[in-house]
Design a protein around this ligand. Structure first.
Ligand SMILES: *[C@@H]1O[C@H](CO)[C@@H](O)[C@H](O)[C@H]1NC(C)=O
Ligand SMILES: *[C@@H]1O[C@H](CO)[C@@H](O)[C@H](O)[C@H]1NC(C)=O
Ligand SMILES: *[C@@H]1O[C@H](CO)[C@@H](O)[C@H](O)[C@H]1NC(C)=O
Length: 433
């Protein structure tokens, strides 16, 4: 199962044919700030199986590339400016290993971000969803029609600007602009267990999300010798006399990620502050959080994703529902859904003791901006089958022995998700809202 998964997703090998491996190696370690253009599948040929017709699709996506949080923007406008000045000063004193070119790139660096724009969808995020929509439509033209009709399409997003805009640009990729304007969207709800079960799961919030102990492995890794060595390499390289703090190191890494995602044709100087070996350490630090807070670390993180899985199976069985359903949500939801389904599970829990480079649970591959999971229902003679795609590539869910997985195999394997999903009970939610 695990072998199959790592074989299914040889991102670098697969992307060898496109641009991914020709860009700097560091770009492969941007974690959840990886832009979707590094991940996307440009082969959008129709996916057809003899004797079968595609009849329905259900797709769950993370919003596209966004701006940072308010806190991150404030740090970029303060700490990052000080670091920039310090880098230039040290260079002028003849310290460090940066070149004059990199220094002039730093000297020109500034940020115009406004804390008011926090977490809003970036221009790149608009493009990501528009182009993703076009490719999905090319693959499944018989279910993702070119003409909008609200009995054939359903779009849902969380109560946030970035998912609403992602949905909007997705429709602009599907339909002509006039049609897209008419697309009907239901009002987003703050209580929406299908799209964001974890936000409204009391037990998860108490036991995991707001529990510092749950982050133990990440905290320990943050204080590890390996992390200190990485920060020291970075500091020496920048010509600093003291060693960067973990927060400063992570801020530089984040700035590199965001700016790489935002600007296709511009190189962020922050990416020149560290090498690939350091990038892998900073990447792992973030992955530890995504494993323990959003992934396999605790059952209560991913068990409530049954609500979403139930929606998927209902979509397939209820032929009254529009045949194409597109949901727009967040990294926290997609990761937990993948853990619920048994995807990308490492052989052993991720810990501070051992960074495994070839781990399947790696945000740079599985949690880029606009990350998406699509399920396509096929009618094959008298049997229904389901095709699963992650990042537009066919994958097999753990219980499946073939790409077109019989519906009976899935309903058996995920029986409890479909039939025993008492959300409020498992979440210790007192009241139904
Ligand atoms: C179609 O749009 C109308 C609003 O114009 C809405 O009330 C209705 O629920 C929509 N139908 C579906 C199937 O989404
Ligand atoms: C926090 O997490 C630890 C480790 O899993 C657990 O033992 C503890 O009970 C949790 N605290 C709360 C308030 O749930
Ligand atoms: C697929 O669709 C075609 C054309 O509508 C139809 O003739 C055929 O019977 C369908 N096949 C299956 C397996 O449903």
């Amino acid at each position: 199962m695990l072998i199959r998964q790592t074989v299914v997703f040889p991102i670098c090998v697969l992307l060898f044919r496109v641009s991914f491996c020709s860009i700097s190696d560091k770009s492969k370690h941007l974690g959840s700030r990886t832009p979707y253009r590094f991940i996307q599948n440009d082969n959008d040929a129709p996916i057809k199986y003899p004797g079968c017709n595609a009849t329905r699709i259900w797709m769950f996506s993370r919003h596209g590339t966004r701006l940072p949080s308010e806190e991150e923007i404030l740090l970029m406008k303060t700490t990052l400016y000080s670091l920039r000045d310090k880098i230039i000063n040290q260079f002028n004193k003849g310290k460090g290993s940066l070149t004059a070119d990199v220094i002039s790139n730093f000297a020109a660096w500034e940020t115009e971000l406004d804390p008011m724009e926090e977490k809003t969808l970036a221009h790149e995020g608009q493009q990501e969803h528009m182009l993703l929509a076009e490719r999905m439509q090319n693959r499944f033209p018989e279910i993702i029609l070119k003409k909008y009709d609200n009995t054939s399409f359903e779009f849902r997003f969380t109560a946030t600007e970035r998912t609403q805009q992602s949905a909007k640009y997705f429709t602009l990729g599907l339909f002509d602009p006039k049609d897209a304007k008419n697309a009907w969207f239901p009002t987003a709800k703050t209580w929406d267990p299908v799209l964001r079960f974890y936000k409204v799961c009391k037990k998860y919030r108490k036991k995991v999300k707001n529990n510092e102990t749950a982050l133990r492995e990440q905290t320990l890794y943050g204080g590890s010798k390996q992390m200190f060595a990485a920060l020291k390499v970075m500091s020496d390289y920048l010509g600093f006399d003291d060693v960067l703090s973990l927060d400063e190191g992570m801020l530089i890494y984040q700035a590199c990620g965001y700016e790489t995602a935002w600007y296709k044709n511009k190189h962020s100087p922050w990416c020149d502050a560290f090498d690939t070996v350091v990038a892998e350490v900073l990447e792992y630090y973030d992955d530890l959080e995504l494993y323990w807070i959003d992934g396999y670390g605790y059952e209560i993180s991913y068990k409530p994703a049954c609500v979403t899985i139930k929606d998927l199976f209902e979509h397939f069985s209820n032929k009254e529902r529009p045949r194409a359903s597109f949901l727009f949500s967040h990294s926290g939801a997609v990761l937990k859904i993948m853990a619920h389904l048994g995807l990308y599970k490492p052989q052993e829990p991720l810990t501070h003791l051992k960074k495994i480079e070839k781990r399947p649970w790696k945000a740079s591959h599985i949690d880029s901006f606009a990350t998406n999971l699509a399920f396509v229902l096929y009618q094959c003679q008298d049997e229904e089958r389901v095709l699963t795609l992650h990042q537009e590539r066919i994958i097999r869910l753990p219980p499946c022995k073939e790409d077109l997985c019989p519906m009976s195999v899935l309903t058996h394997a995920y029986h409890d998700s479909i039939h025993n999903c008492d959300f409020n009970k498992m979440c210790h939610n007192k009241k139904h809202k």
